[in-house]
Design a protein around this ligand. Structure first.
Ligand SMILES: Cc1cc2nc3c(=O)[nH]c(=O)nc-3n(C[C@H](O)[C@H](O)[C@H](O)COP(=O)(O)OP(=O)(O)OC[C@H]3O[C@@H](n4cnc5c(N)ncnc54)[C@H](O)[C@@H]3O)c2cc1C
Length: 596
């Protein structure tokens, strides 16, 4: 089936919906999503969205900019970080005016809480910058934006899985998608296409990410000759529920929760004496691994405790002299935990049988967030080489994009911010581009390439390999060798394993040859995307012989600005992987050592 829209938006998370709202004001727009929109991963975000509103104490966007750059280990492009942090204030009020039910201060302003790495740049003390709606901030953002889209008559194609991007003579012409309900292929002819397809945590064994986060967007880009940027940087969040990876928001530590080892010691005192448990995520994740490695995991196992019991938190508040804004000593009660972290309390009771007001929670680092992705400029336009040449009509925003505002490590609350700010910018610029451009003709049979691969996959009833085995082996290799700690021999092994798995993938068997709701073939397709994404991640990580942010090399433990203060670009050209680099944009802040 054939469709024609000026702008096509792939993905209905926060980035896609914000872009859709803005694009649909100016041009004919449709959103395609493999999930029903409100099932997008944005809806699971808990802790908050960062903006220097200063509702509790002094704050300003410049401090937010500096914290973002410092947190990024100086790999963020500073012009982009500045755009995001300065526009943060307006977009958060915009969400408020759309009806987002933020928690409130006593005076009725948007309530804010501390989060890792957010500081007053003068006193170096934590500052409350995370705007939140209990521990359901992402859920509220997603619902609010979806309601707005419905109100403004945005067209949705729900449960349409995009399989290919159509580019001809270097200009974007549309996408090919399969309608999941019927198995039918659809061609969407467009002037501009935005990928807002989210992350790819499913590359790793322990992850906070939803099952659907399989790197479809980056894999399609790679297949179409577009490079990916900074793929070696993937964030491990320090506090996933032990073994399950389900996220426990940093908001727990924001409310005063502390990490404790088997000796009952609050070990972040040693690793980050000033900011302690609220140091940036890469620092805290490594600290947990080191505690475990030194034999101080709980019961000798590979986890530690996250303790938010009021008696523990209040003891540390007292020890550290933590005060309320009015100067009275800060205290927390069980009722505060239930009110500010209701979903977390619910998760841990349901999944662990642990009541967080009475017992500590077992946690370990969990693969969480892609700092790298499809390279873009500050208007979300894809830039497809080391000279930042714009690929006309192709846009990317949200977690799938690399602007780069997060550099080597993202600060908590900066992703919800990124999706709103750059989703909006994408929508605005797509309108401009569509109004200035004509529809260019589609190539002959634009879906032929996809149909061939799709039908080849569907016809594989006699293969000898199971998708589940290949997925598990990939996830293990990535977890063990391309995880929190990395070194050359392990990563080489991972690359070899991945090459072997890609070969085995060519022989997988499917049980379902049907057309309707064939999740078997979709999962196999997604596995192909995961393998491509994993491979370029491992190769880029092997090449970068330094430690920076989320990329920690035991064989090169220091950051090396002389050789590595640069973004990586990785291409997969005809089965071979090529790497190149481009400079980091530095405006106001020269790289310094990060001290917390
Ligand atoms: C558990 C958890 C908690 C988090 N908490 C926070 C937090 O408190 N603060 C913060 O700032 N960040 C947080 N993050 C990160 C943040 O939520 C995400 O980075 C962000 O929401 C991603 O939004 P997105 O719009 O880019 O993509 P998503 O919300 O992931 O949406 C992706 C969309 O793409 C669609 N899609 C994907 N592939 C295809 C395809 N092939 N065809 C069609 N459609 C496709 C999906 O259907 C979906 O609609 C959290 C993340 C997780 C996992």
């Amino acid at each position: 089936m054939y469709h024609k829209y000026d702008a096509i938006i792939v993905g209905a998370g926060g980035a896609g919906l914000m872009a859709a709202l803005y694009a649909s004001r100016g041009v004919k727009t449709a959103v395609l999503s493999k999930l029903y929109p409100t099932r997008s991963h944005t809806g699971t975000a808990q802790g908050g969205v960062g903006a220097a509103l200063g509702n509790h104490e002094e704050d300003n966007p410049e401090w937010h900019t500096f914290d973002t750059i410092k947190g990024s280990d100086y790999l963020a492009d500073q012009d982009a970080a500045k755009v995001m942090c300065y526009e943060a204030v307006d977009v958060v009020y915009e969400l408020e005016h759309m009806g987002l039910p933020f928690n409130r201060t006593e005076e009725g302003r948007i309530a804010q809480r501390p989060f890792g790495g957010h500081t007053n740049n003068v006193t170096k003390k934590p500052v409350r910058r995370a705007c939140y709606a209990a521990d359901r901030t992402g859920h509220m953002i997603l619902q609010t934006l979806y309601q707005q889209c419905i109100q403004h008559n945005v067209t949705f194609f729900d449960e349409f899985h995009v399989l290919d991007l159509i580019i001809e003579d270097g200009v974007t012409r549309g996408v090919v998608a399969v309608e999941i309900a019927t198995g039918e292929l659809h061609v969407f002819h467009a002037k501009a296409v935005l990928f807002a397809t989210g992350g790819w945590g499913k590359v790793w064994r322990v992850t906070s990410n939803a099952h659907t986060l399989t790197g479809d967007g980056p894999a399609i880009a790679l297949r179409r000759g577009i490079p990916l940027e900074d793929m070696e940087f993937f964030q491990f969040h320090p506090t996933g529920i032990y073994k399950m990876g389900i996220l426990i928001t940093e908001g727990v530590r924001g409310e005063g929760g502390v990490l404790v080892n088997s000796e009952g010691e609050r070990f972040m005192d040693r690793y980050a004496p000033t900011i302690k448990d609220l140091a940036s995520r890469d620092v805290v994740s490594r600290a947990i691994y080191l505690e475990v490695r030194d034999g101080r995991g709980i019961d000798g196992k590979d986890y530690v405790h996250l303790d938010v019991r009021p008696e523990t938190v209040n003891r540390y508040f007292e020890r550290d002299g933590i005060k309320n804004p009015d100067g009275t000593p800060r205290r927390i009660t069980a009722a505060d935990i239930e009110a500010k972290l209701p979903d977390i309390a619910d998760f841990t009771r349901t999944y662990l049988g642990v009541d967080p007001t009475l017992q500590p929670m077992p946690v370990q680092p969990t693969a969480h967030y892609a700092m790298g992705g499809i390279p873009t400029d500050i208007w979300a336009r894809v830039v497809a080489d080391d000279k930042n040449t714009v690929l006309p009509g192709f846009y990317a925003a949200g977690e799938v994009a690399c602007v780069s505002v997060h550099g080597a490590n993202r600060l908590g609350t900066n992703s919800l911010l990124d999706i709103i700010v750059f989703g909006k910018r994408a929508g605005i610029d797509m309108v401009r581009y569509c109004q200035e451009s004509d529809f260019l003709p589609l190539p002959k049979e634009p879906e032929a390439f996809t149909r061939e691969q799709w039908e080849a996959l569907l016809s594989r009833q006699n293969g000898r390999e199971r998708a589940a085995d290949i997925r598990r082996e990939m996830q293990n290799a990535m977890m063990d060798y391309v995880g929190v700690f990395r070194e050359e021999a392990g990563m080489k092994q991972a690359v070899e394993i991945l090459e072997d798995l890609k070969e085995r993938y060519r022989h997988i068997a499917l049980d379902d040859a049907g057309k309707r709701y064939n999740t078997d073939v979709l999962e196999a397709w997604e596995l192909g995307a995961l393998l491509d994404t994993a491979e370029v991640t491992a190769v880029a990580a092997l090449e970068r012989s330094e430690s920076r942010g989320g990329h920690y090399r035991e064989d090169h433990p220091k950051r090396d600005d002389e050789n590595w203060l640069k973004h990586s670009l990785v291409w997969a050209k005809d089965g071979t992987i090529e790497l190149d680099y481009k400079p980091v944009t530095i405006t106001d802040y020269q790289p310094k050592e990060r001290v917390y």
